[in-house]
Ligand binder design. Structure first.
Ligand code: NDP
Length: 293
């Protein structure tokens, strides 16, 4: 079997185009464009890159983005005051506090300060709590797992009744991905660093989500023939044959998986592009909610 490749770049472009069309329609009606405020605390080079990518994507979609930067020495009160001010600002529809925050700051308390109507990252404890409750819906879902589910559904993968395995239980990816799959009526096993017989558990999955951050850990014989495999992992592996000295690889051994899986996402070009696209979508939704439609 050769897996069907799920092209995350193409799907993300469709989402971004739809977002841009929604924004254009909003502006044509005389409304302000959706506004996304980012809050970056301290000097974390990776976070600076992520925030800058988000601003560029906003600009392309017609979303107004406003970057706020606080020094690493900022106090809990200063960070929360900034979020409170953004909660009150009618031109800001979405607030994104870039994680991780510097040591010493309580991220849960900061995330709790964001108004849930503006919680476009979906990390407010109330939104996460609603995700975990049957019959309740969060206002927003974290972008990466939202993108994972979007890719699965867009490819036509049947989730109802499927046996799904999620590798990883982080607050950002694994856990919300598992909760979203449960909402789709899949039967979900969540695996982590203490899980026994990992390979055997994975090999029973109709849907396998890998979000562990271990390069090419999932081998071909971990995959049930025909399974849908979504590789969230983004790992740097030394590669002297390329100019920059490393290449990006996922948590799944791509070549081996290609021979066994039914569907497979590449790295790069799979889940990665979806993350920003889903954030933009959430920001437009937040603006629509604020405008009462
Ligand atoms: P974390 O490090 O927060 O979580 C990793 C999870 O994997 C933990 O639950 C951990 O278990 C589990 N784990 C680690 N090693 C093993 C192992 N050997 N066997 C089984 N389970 C293991 O990572 P994230 O969830 O933030 O990210 C996961 C991957 O996804 C990374 O490669 C990251 O770069 C990528 N990522 C990609 C994004 C995108 O947009 N494409 C966005 C976010 C992340 P335990 O809980 O027991 O420690």
């Amino acid at each position: 079997m050769t897996a069907k490749i799920i092209d995350g770049r193409a799907v993300a472009k469709e989402v971004r185009d739809a977002v841009a069309a929604d924004v254009a329609a909003m502006v044509a009606e005389g409304k302000n464009p959706p506004g996304l405020a980012t809050v970056l605390v301290g000097e974390n080079p990776a976070s600076e890159v992520y925030v800058s990518m988000k601003h560029k994507a906003c600009e392309k979609a017609g979303i107004k983005s406003i970057g706020h930067v606080l020094p690493a020495t900022a106090t809990q009160e200063e960070v929360e005051k900034m979020v409170e001010d953004l909660n009150e600002d009618p031109e800001v529809h979405g607030i994104l506090v870039q994680l991780p925050l510097p040591d010493g700051l309580d991220d849960e308390s900061v995330l709790r300060t964001i108004s849930i109507e503006k919680d476009v990252d979906g990390f407010h404890p109330l939104n996460i709590g609603r995700l975990a409750q049957k019959g309740r819906e969060p206002m927003f879902v974290p972008a990466t797992p939202d993108g994972v589910l979007y890719l699965l559904k867009n490819a036509g993968v049947v989730l109802e009744g499927a046996d799904a395995v999620v590798l990883g239980r982080s607050f950002i990816v694994g856990m919300p991905a598992a909760l979203l799959l449960i909402k789709e009526n899949a039967t979900v096993t969540i695996c982590h660093s203490r899980t026994k017989n990992l390979k055997e558990k994975c090999a029973e999955a109709d849907v396998l989500i890998a979000a562990v951050g271990r390069a090419e850990m999932v081998k071909g014989d971990w995959i049930k023939p025909g399974a849908a495999v979504i590789d969230v992992g983004t790992n740097r592996v030394d590669d002297p044959s390329v100019e920059r000295g490393y290449r990006l690889t996922g948590d799944v051994d791509y070549k081996e998986a290609l021979e066994v899986a039914g569907y497979l996402t590449p790295v790069p070009g799979g889940v990665g592009p979806m993350t920003i696209a889903m954030l933009l979508r959430n920001t437009v939704r937040a603006a629509k909610l604020a405008y009462g439609n």
